[in-house]
Ligand binder design. Structure first.
Ligand code: 13P
Ligand code: SF4
Length: 350
């Protein structure tokens, strides 16, 4: 049965009810009009819109059929029967949707929506690591491009990284590319970690043998900026603040926080907790989205730190994506099939 599209006035009213504390009214009117056009086109073209938790509030509250963290959106991408998937997130997420849906058209509204972690490693880097550590299974964070996933045995997200590492038989894993997520997983699972130099000296011993995780020095350009000092300053000013940190933050920041988890885990934590004030060490648009959904709770965030890639995704470009069928995400079939193995193994673990 076809669902009715809300008329523009109704959509504006529902956006205003959710967002009046975080988005000015004139902006809401303009964005409701764009969102209405997108929702009409979405139905006409049998498209589904997946929206990451980092999307800006007006987009987040109006056009996605599903919102969530990387793992949840991966599951939604695996089960959709729409003809077109519009991914309001960054390129590696849209690629993962394509890996799972070769027969569907996958669109990303901006070709500029990259990710510093995905840029930090190439397929050749992974091949070289595998040659240096033969037989050691490779786990790659979902924040990588398809050719890197294709070199991997398992994929993982921030929502299941420790679970995936623990599910793998054997003494060692290569965990790529996020230095901090790897260190946080090592801490959580009680494993010792090393970061081998990029180019080993000829004839030099590889490394001491008492390690179980081999990491890589990639970083998220947003989460690496948060410091223990930021937390101390906020706690001095507002002692009752509950601090939440994404696991892409350094282990020191995660240790100084009260909770660490995926973007959805942080959203659920605030929903379920009674504290009056929170500091979110993650992308700031998500702070706006949580503030809008929890009007009695105050969200403190360091808004100088925005993800420039997630911020490339706008309502204007999403409308153009549907009008012009742009930008189509493609993954070569041979790469896709190898990457799919790693993604499916992750989905099977949970
Ligand atoms: P989540 O999987 O927790 O949503 O994180 C994705 C991401 O890119 C965080 O920076
Ligand atoms: Fe990549 Fe960091 Fe942006 Fe997430 S916040 S998409 S990890 S650059």
């Amino acid at each position: 049965m076809e669902t009715a599209v809300q008329d523009e006035r109704e959509l504006y009213e529902s956006m205003r009810a959710k967002l009046e504390r975080v988005v000015p009214e004139f902006e809401l009117k303009y964005k409701a009009s764009l969102a209405h056009q997108i929702n009409l086109l979405k139905r006409e073209r049998n498209a589904v819109i997946l929206g990451h938790n980092y999307m800006e509030p007006a987009l987040y509250a109006s056009i996605p059929d599903f919102t969530g963290d990387s793992l949840e959106l991966c599951r939604k991408a695996a089960s959709t029967d729409a003809d077109i998937i519009v991914f309001c997130g960054v390129r590696f997420m849209a690629e993962t949707a394509k890996i799972l849906n070769p027969g569907k058209t996958v669109l990303i509204p901006s070709p500029k929506a990259g990710c510093s972690l995905a840029e930090s490693i190439t397929a050749q880097d992974v091949r070289e690591l595998k040659a240096r550590f033969p037989g050691v299974p490779v786990v790659t964070y979902v924040n990588t491009y398809a050719d890197v996933k294709a070199e991997s045995d398992y994929c993982c997200t921030s929502g299941n990284a420790s679970k995936v590492v623990q599910a793998i038989a054997g003494d060692r894993v290569i965990f790529l590319p996020d230095e901090y997520l790897a260190s946080n997983v090592a801490k959580e699972t009680g494993k010792r970690i090393i970061f081998p130099t990029r180019t080993p000296r000829p004839g030099a011993a590889e490394a001491p043998i008492d390690y179980e995780i081999i990491g890589w020095k990639g970083r998220c350009e947003v989460h690496e900026k948060f410091s223990v000092e930021d937390i101390a300053n906020i706690r001095r000013q507002f002692p009752d603040t509950v601090v939440l940190a994404h696991p892409e933050c350094s282990p020191e920041v995660v240790a100084a926080a009260d909770f660490s988890g995926s973007t959805t885990a942080m959203i659920r934590f605030v929903e379920r907790s009674q504290a009056p004030r929170y500091l979110l060490l993650t992308e700031c648009s998500m702070g706006d989205n949580i503030a809008a959904a929890n009007p009695r709770k105050e969200m403190l965030r360091l808004c100088s730190v925005r993800c420039p890639h997630m911020n490339e995704i706008t309502l204007e470009d999403t409308l153009e994506a549907l009008k012009q069928t742009r930008y189509v995400v493609e993954v070569p079939e041979e790469t896709r099939l190898r990457a799919l193995r790693a993604v499916n193994r992750m989905l099977a673990i949970g």
